[in-house]
Design a protein. Structure first.
Length: 105
């Protein structure tokens, strides 16, 4: 097998069939930059920062609303629980006596 490989290698030779133009890699970056036409836009960066700040502000407001709504639901639930607890501790006759008694007014 090695004999056959040597014969093929001698036929083909060790010369590479393809080549790279002279100074290709040295000038590659400059050529690409010229083709693209790099333009520096200052206004775009300012616009991005303002959009970022606006998005952060909206996020803070939305999160505040969510936390406030959750807090209000918790307060309402606690009030309902307190009312249920008070009514469970008082019997019906005591409530009727309280509302009928004229001295409480």
């Amino acid at each position: 097998m090695t004999n056959r490989e040597n014969i093929l290698l001698e036929k083909v030779g060790k010369e590479l069939p393809f080549g790279v133009p002279e100074n290709y890699f040295n000038q590659f970056a400059l050529q690409i930059e010229d083709q693209i036409g790099h333009k520096h836009v200052v206004g775009r960066n300012v616009f991005k920062s303002w959009m970022f700040m606006a998005a952060m502000f909206v996020g803070v407001v939305v999160m505040g609303q969510l936390f406030y709504a959750s807090h209000q639901r918790t307060l309402a639930r606690n009030a309902d629980n307190y009312e249920t607890y008070v009514l469970s501790q008082v019997d019906e006759t005591s409530l009727v006596d309280y509302y009928v008694d004229e001295s409480n007014k």
